[in-house]
Ligand binder design. Structure first.
Ligand SMILES: [Fe+2]
Ligand SMILES: [Fe+2]
Length: 473
């Protein structure tokens, strides 16, 4: 089969694929396996439908994407590196600060760079697997389309990482590329690498929370890798961020529309009991926030990390928007204040900035999460309703770092393990909450119609109408 495919044609790219026979051969043998994975573990049951999708076709800021209806297996997963002025570009941090960026992997950093790329790459197909059955309960065609858009782009991010592995890591890279298709989200024998990517995305409230909170972790990881001295990695990640922004937009507007619907019902029926009218009540939504935020916080790793310090010193992974930070960018003697936990007390402590790179990135992430929460709260306030969504304290419900052993309420109060568990049903979605949300998950496929628990979006996709046939049945 592969002999008849012109891979340079099939794979939109700006990496001069046509001239690299070795790379082309590697991709040729990987592509059919990818397609098999996509058909078996990508979106269930909708592979033959035409979906109105965005496809990346270049890195031109003004027109990088093309919109059109396409069957997902025919989607053209491309490989793009953001533009770079390679002659002038210098490393911005760590021991190599000021030197020219690398176009090849330095021998001494092969291992850690490979690990960084594989860890990032693993999350991409993982989220597709987590979301594979959601279309069956899509609340509208536009929502179904948004799900598929996120899915094909996560798969393209897999391509982006596989390209780096194959182009720069030889045989090892080809083996890693195979394994990226072999690990499986939630499979106890061959799980995905990071915990949050083995959790289920069982319903659409979870999907929107995931795209708001967990894709945003992705944004911060990609932004740190976009600082890398290894220029192909930096440029790949920079371009991935363009697509990632839409995933977070899907999450933020999805949650906003659920809030809107709850408020509308409360006002129309003059009741707090919106469940009676098939909407999702704000206290339940708050519990989902508590869960998804805390699980996503864990993705940043331990507060103090020698690995992260080494990645930084070696120039492999920087901080968020490194060039805007006012310090020496080598962190030999810089302090940073973090929150710690000892003797059952939460307190602030000054530690070396170099060791607290993860925590700093988590701080940036939390600030960013808060901005969207503020916009959600404005909707509630504008509806005249007295309720505020809050991000839980960073110590709440953590599995990694100082707070893994702590029992802390969303407000940041420490308590006994027993008290924590007694209260946890009011903080995290209970079995009943899950059952209720699940009971609302009924597929709506009539163009322009929406399920009972979510308001229509304000605008369609790419200037199309809300009732456009985003997925053709
Ligand atoms: Fe991604
Ligand atoms: Fe994403």
């Amino acid at each position: 089969m592969s002999a008849q495919i012109d891979y340079n044609q099939l794979i939109p790219n700006n990496v001069n694929l046509a001239s690299d026979r070795r790379l082309l051969r590697a991709l040729e043998s990987w592509h059919p396996k990818f397609i098999n994975w996509w058909k078996d573990y990508g979106p269930d049951a909708y592979q033959e439908k035409e979906v109105y999708l965005r496809t990346a076709v270049s890195v031109d800021k003004k027109g990088w994407a093309h919109f059109g209806s396409v069957k997902m297996p025919d989607y053209r997963w491309g490989i793009f590196l953001a533009d770079s002025n390679i002659e002038e570009k210098r490393i911005g941090f760590g021991d190599h600060k000021g030197e020219k960026v690398w176009t090849d992997v330095p021998g001494e950093y092969r291992g850690p760079l490979r690990r960084l790329i594989v860890t990032q790459g693993d999350t991409e197909p993982a989220s597709v697997e987590q979301q594979r059955v959601l279309a069956a309960t899509a609340p509208s065609l536009i929502d179904m389309r948004n799900l598929f858009q996120v899915n094909v782009e996560e798969a393209r991010h897999l391509w982006a990482m596989v390209y780096l592995l194959m182009a720069h890591f030889g045989r090892d890279g080809r083996e890693e590329a195979e394994q990226l298709l072999e690990r499986r989200s939630g499979d106890p024998d061959k799980p995905r690498i990071l915990g949050a990517f083995n959790e289920q995305t069982p319903d659409w409230l979870s999907f929107y929370m995931f795209t708001y909170f967990t894709d945003r972790d992705g944004k911060y990881q990609l932004a740190s890798l976009a600082e890398s001295a290894f220029d192909p990695l930096a440029r790949t990640c920079q371009f991935m961020l363009t697509e990632e922004a839409h995933h977070m937009y899907v999450g933020e507007t999805g949650v906003a529309r659920i809030i809107q619907k709850a408020c509308d019902v409360m006002n129309e029926y003059k009741t707090d009991d919106v469940r009676r009218h098939g909407a999702i009540d704000l206290p339940t939504l708050q519990k989902y926030v508590n869960f998804h935020f805390s699980v996503s916080e864990d993705l940043f790793g331990a507060e103090l990390s020698t690995n992260a310090a080494n990645y930084f010193t070696q120039g492999l992974k920087g901080r968020y928007q490194e060039q805007f930070i006012k310090d020496d960018h080598s962190l030999k003697d810089e302090p940073y204040e973090i929150t710690t936990f000892a003797n059952n007390m939460i307190k602030k402590e000054e530690v070396p900035a170099l060791n607290s790179i993860n925590e700093r990135l988590r701080d940036d992430y939390i600030k960013d999460c808060q901005r969207g929460v503020n916009r959600w709260n404005k909707l509630i306030k504008d509806a005249g309703i007295d309720f505020e969504i809050t991000l839980p304290h960073r110590a709440f419900h953590r599995q990694i770092g100082f707070f893994a052993k702590a029992n802390v309420s969303p407000e940041g109060v420490t308590m006994t393990e027993e008290d924590w568990f007694k209260n946890s049903l009011s903080w995290l979605p209970s079995e009943q909450d899950h059952e209720y949300v699940k009971s609302l998950m009924i597929q709506v496929t009539e163009p322009g119609k929406f399920a009972s628990w979510i308001a229509p979006p304000r605008i369609g996709i790419n200037n199309q109408a809300i009732d456009f046939e985003y997925v053709r049945f």
